[in-house]
Design a protein around this ligand. Structure first.
Ligand SMILES: [Zn+2]
Length: 311
């Protein structure tokens, strides 16, 4: 779950809960729905949320949640710098700005939780080629940075051709696997149909805050497709990675997105069962720990073949 700052603390027009109490209720509703299904969520926290809600997340961490850092630089910019620096998406930060904003926000996490942040997700999956290396250099060991085949050029979120399964990231070329110290857990996507509107492209995924019926899809369809495609790829680590946000009324059983959340969780669990997979509702930290001993940390093989794709 991405935990955004409130709309009162951030840039005009940015996403976020109307106030911290609403955000707290959304977080606790997600926690409750997860725990009722033996799932554990990972919370990627925007720095303002850490400043305002440290106690809430300290408590959830004690109970088994994983905490990581989440950044939309323009939101942090509006809150801390009056929009004067970093007023852009994460993928548009140059290397120096990336280091600077992380070095500015990491201590906020450390002060609140008594340890370094090890996990990261940028806002909008906005990311560039320099940034895996910088995250690794600053002590992050993994996260969920990519949304395979998402192409949103105006948000500098371009993941055409990206790996679909957990892998060691590549410090030079973000979409391929490599020998970075950073382990990437891509958003799980249903590769059946690439939805395209002009330059913007995306696959369906398991998020609750989208009306997938508008794409003629149910959560059962999406979860079944993702699991079937994963079974066919047969990766070293089989994961379902989703995203939620603290600005939806997950605490209100009548809210359509709250109902989507339940449908999504139940569809994921059922799809695993139907495929004969035993599901374990673990956090990003557990998967990344498992990945360290399971995945191959190596750059892609160099080829001297000359097929039409290599000319
Ligand atoms: Zn966000």
């Amino acid at each position: 779950m991405d935990v955004e700052p409130t709309t009162a603390t951030t840039a005009k027009g940015a996403s976020g809960p109307p106030d911290w109490e609403y955000g707290r209720k959304a977080v606790l509703a997600v926690w409750k729905a997860c725990r009722e299904r033996d799932l554990f969520p990972s919370f990627f926290l925007h720095p303002e949320a850490i400043l305002a809600q440290a106690e809430l997340f300290r408590d959830l961490e004690k109970q088994g949640a994983t905490l990581g850092l989440h950044l939309h630089p323009q939101k942090w910019s509006a809150y801390r710098h009056g929009g004067k620096k970093y007023f852009k998406d994460f993928g548009l930060l140059n290397a120096q700005e990336t280091r600077e904003i992380l070095k500015e926000t990491i201590p906020i996490f450390e002060k609140a939780f008594g340890h370094h942040p090890f996990y990261f997700r940028p806002g909008t999956f906005s990311f560039n080629d320099a940034q895996f290396a910088i995250l690794a250099e600053l002590g992050f060991i993994g996260g969920s940075v990519s949304a395979p085949e998402r192409v949103v050029p105006h948000k500098s979120a371009v993941w055409a051709g990206a790996e679909l399964d957990p892998h060691y990231a590549n410090d030079v070329f973000r979409v391929t696997r490599g020998d970075s110290k950073f382990i990437e857990l891509p958003l799980s996507v249903d590769t059946s149909t690439l939805f395209t509107t002009g330059q913007v492209k995306h696959y369906a995924d398991l998020r609750a805050d989208t009306v997938w019926s508008g794409y003629s899809l149910t959560y059962t369809d999406i979860a079944n497709n993702i699991v079937a495609q994963m079974q066919e790829r047969n990766p070293a680590i089989k994961t379902l990675v989703s995203v939620l946000h603290n600005d939806e009324a997950y605490f209100d059983a009548e809210d359509p997105f709250a109902q989507n959340m339940i449908q999504s969780f139940d569809a994921q669990i059922q799809a695993c069962k139907d495929a004969g997979l035993k599901y374990a509702g673990v956090t990003a930290a557990t998967v990344i720990e498992m990945a360290k001993t399971t995945l191959v940390r190596a750059m892609p093989q160099v080829s001297l073949q000359a097929s039409m794709y290599e000319r």
